[in-house]
Ligand binder design. Sequence first.
Ligand code: CA2
Length: 145
Amino acid sequence: MVKRIHILNGPNLNLLGTREADIYGTLTLADIESLCREDCVRLGIEMSFAQTNSEGELVTLIQAAGAAGAGLVINAGAYTHTSIAVHDAIRAARVVAVEVHLSNVYAREDFRHHSYISPVARGVICGFGATGYRLAISALAEELD
Ligand code: CA2
């Protein structure tokens, strides 16, 4: 069976590489997409990669991952800490999801310590920058076996 991974990015992640490099690193989102695509090609995984600033569109993209039978790598940005809609969408889609954050959210403000996604994720990776996406792909490649 073909393995598929949908990689979804939430609000403001389109700004990566332009500012706040001390927190989020110097890579752009396009750089991260290229790294992910290299890994997926090597592993024989079909990959899609998207970013949205809209909560509703993120829900629609999660539903699409479920319909495609794909694993999910999700960095929901600030919606991680606020969105019951994203939580419900992941649960309803019955996808295997890995929650990723570039920064170590537990070393930052208290409001970043709670995630609505973690309870519906298979696992969580944070603090390793772009490498976190690659670790998530590697983990999902085994989970989807
Ligand atoms: O560390 C992460 O990956 C976050 O998901 C990033 C979110 C933040 O709200 C989460 O708590 C942790 C914010 C993404 C904003 O990205 C920017 C990139 C460059 C400049 C400004 C914002």
